[in-house]
Each structure stands twice: as structure tokens, then as C-alpha cells.
Design a protein around this ligand. Structure first.
Ligand SMILES: Cc1ncc(C[n+]2csc(CCOP(=O)(O)OP(=O)(O)O)c2C)c(N)n1
Ligand SMILES: [Mg+2]
Length: 276
């Protein structure tokens, strides 16, 4: 278990570097919500999900939906590290005609299941896809990553009710509970109170973890696989901008690229972290 967790921690550090590097090169994009979810996405891609990068459309694959589509640097980085496309292509983020658009586009890049970016949409589509799979008696699992600001979308709660009604136990929703959204702190904009209690009231199994504790992340994702009859929501308490000191818990770093001096500091911090 120790080796397994240490390997994932090292991969998450590498992923954080790619996030900052691609947003710096693009001079556009979302660092904060990508960095907060880097540990969760690493655990999913490198340990939990049943995938074959050489055969991205294999029907039996697990599906991952980045419902908070603006955080696509975290998914693009993981896909490249997994071998879905060359690492160098990360340098084309947000360029005209690039396969790496500012929000994920299905059919453009291998590994992207659904076009997302309009908050709430990915979760609804993910629930619909899982219902379709259940009706067809397919066994693959659906993993959906949502932001906590995204939960302000009413459609999320309609889909949550449907997930419980249809007993979609192949679905795991992970809420990146970083406490911030585009315009400020979630508690100021629309207080959500307990996300876990809300999902529980909607009929879901719920777990709450520290989203930067890799052992806890892996344990929760494993636990979700064992639950029968109801979908699971994992509330992952995280820090927006995690890993780069000046980005941490700062509203400013939701969707802003680092300049040259900031990039140098960020890379130095991420490298120092890698040595530790
Ligand atoms: C329907 C919709 N409304 C508004 C936006 C603009 N927007 C982009 S990101 C964001 C905040 C999202 O916050 P959160 O879900 O908490 O993401 P994270 O903190 O993980 O970056 C908003 C309002 C959008 N993408 N979609
Ligand atoms: Mg947030």
C-alpha cells in the first residue's frame, strides 16, 4: 500500500507541474480548480479506473466526466501522462485548431467522453449515460468530478434525484470542495451548508475525505465500488490552487495564468515538493 500511495503522490506532483506549465504557455486557463483536484484525478486515472489508452473507445471502459469542464488542464495532463496523446501536445492548450480547447470537447481528443464547460451539464449527462448502461446491462463505472460552485446549478439536484431513483450504484460523484468559485467564496455566494448531508437527503451514499490525502482518496474511491443499490458522493475537502503557495485559497487564481516570474516560483515550489 505504501508504494502504491507514494507512486500516486509522485504522479500527482508531475500532474501539477503540467497544469501550471500548460496554462503558463497558453497564457490563459484555470490553475486553481485544476490544482485542487490533481490528487483525485491522479488516483482515478492511475489506480482506480479500468481504461485502455491504446483503445480509448473500448466499450467496457470506465467513463470519467469532468463536469467542472474549466478545470480541463488537470484532465489533459492526466490523459497525456497516461499515453492518450504526446506530452508535447499539452503546449497547444487553447490554441486555434488545437485538440486541447479551453473546455473539453468530445470527439476531438481521445479520452474525452462528454463536452463540458456549462456547469451542471456533465453531471446530468453522466447520470443519463449510467442509466443507459444499466438498461443495457453493461458493467462499467461512471466517475464524475464536480466543483462546489457548480452545485449552485439546480439541474445537479434533479440529476441527483434521478441517480437515486434508478439505483445507479455504478456512479460515483466526487465534489471538489475547495470553498471557492469564480466570484468568491461559496459560503458568501450561495451557502451550501453540508454537501454530504444534502446528497444523503437525496438518497446517495456519502463519504467525506481530505482530498489531498492520497491514501484517503484511494480508500474512498475503492469503498464507492463496493456500495450496492445507491450511487455514492465523495465530498473531497481541498484547497484551491493546492501546491503553489501564492495560488492557494485565492479567488484571483481561478482563471488567470502566471506571468514569467510567478511561473518560475511555481515551478521551483513544485520541484522542491517533488524532492521531499
Ligand atoms: C452554467 C455556467 N454558469 C457560469 C459559468 C462560469 N463559470 C466558470 S467556472 C465558474 C465557477 C465554478 O466554481 P467551482 O464549481 O467551485 O469550480 P472550481 O472551484 O473547482 O474551479 C463559473 C461560475 C459556467 N461555466 N457555466
Ligand atoms: Mg470550487
Amino acid at each position: 500500500m505504501k508504494n502504491r500511495i507514494e507512486r500516486l503522490e509522485a504522479l500527482a506532483r508531475e500532474l501539477r507541474f503540467h497544469i501550471v506549465d500548460m496554462v503558463y504557455k497558453a497564457q490563459s486557463g484555470h490553475c486553481g480548480g485544476s490544482l485542487s483536484s490533481a490528487d483525485i484525478v491522479t488516483a482515478l486515472y492511475f489506480d482506480i479506473m479500468n481504461l485502455d489508452p491504446a483503445n480509448p473507445r473500448w466499450p467496457g471502459r470506465d467513463r470519467f466526466v469532468l463536469s467542472k469542464g474549466h478545470a480541463c488542464p488537470v484532465q489533459y495532463g492526466a490523459l497525456a501522462m497516461k499515453g492518450y496523446f504526446p506530452i508535447q501536445e499539452l503546449g497547444t492548450l487553447r490554441r486555434l485548431h488545437s485538440r486541447l480547447q479551453g473546455h473539453p470537447v468530445a470527439g476531438k481528443l481521445p479520452g474525452i467522453e462528454i463536452t463540458t464547460g456549462s456547469l451542471g451539464v456533465g453531471f446530468c449527462e453522466g447520470i443519463g449515460m449510467a442509466l443507459d448502461a444499466k438498461l443495457r446491462k453493461e458493467a462499467w463505472r461512471m466517475w464524475i468530478l464536480l466543483g462546489d460552485g457548480e452545485l449552485d446549478e439546480g439541474s445537479v439536484w434533479e440529476a441527483a434525484q434521478a441517480g437515486a431513483k434508478y439505483s445507479l450504484d455504478t456512479v460515483t460523484a466526487i465534489v471538489d470542495r475547495n470553498g471557492l468559485q469564480n466570484d468568491g467564496f461559496c459560503d458568501d455566494i450561495m451557502p451550501m451548508r453540508s454537501v454530504a448531508e444534502k446528497f444523503r437527503a437525496f438518497g446517495w451514499n456519502t463519504l467525506e475525505i481530505d482530498g489531498h490525502d492520497m491514501a484517503a482518496v484511494v480508500a474512498a474511491l475503492e469503498e464507492a465500488k463496493k456500495i450496492h443499490g445507491v450511487p455514492t458522493c465523495i465530498v473531497a475537502n481541498t484547497v484551491k490552487g493546492k501546491g503553489v503557495s501564492f495560488m492557494e485559497n485565492k479567488r484571483d487564481w481561478h482563471g488567470k495564468p502566471p506571468n514569467e516570474a510567478q511561473y518560475a516560483i511555481a515551478v521551483a515550489e513544485l520541484k522542491a515538493e517533488a524532492v521531499r
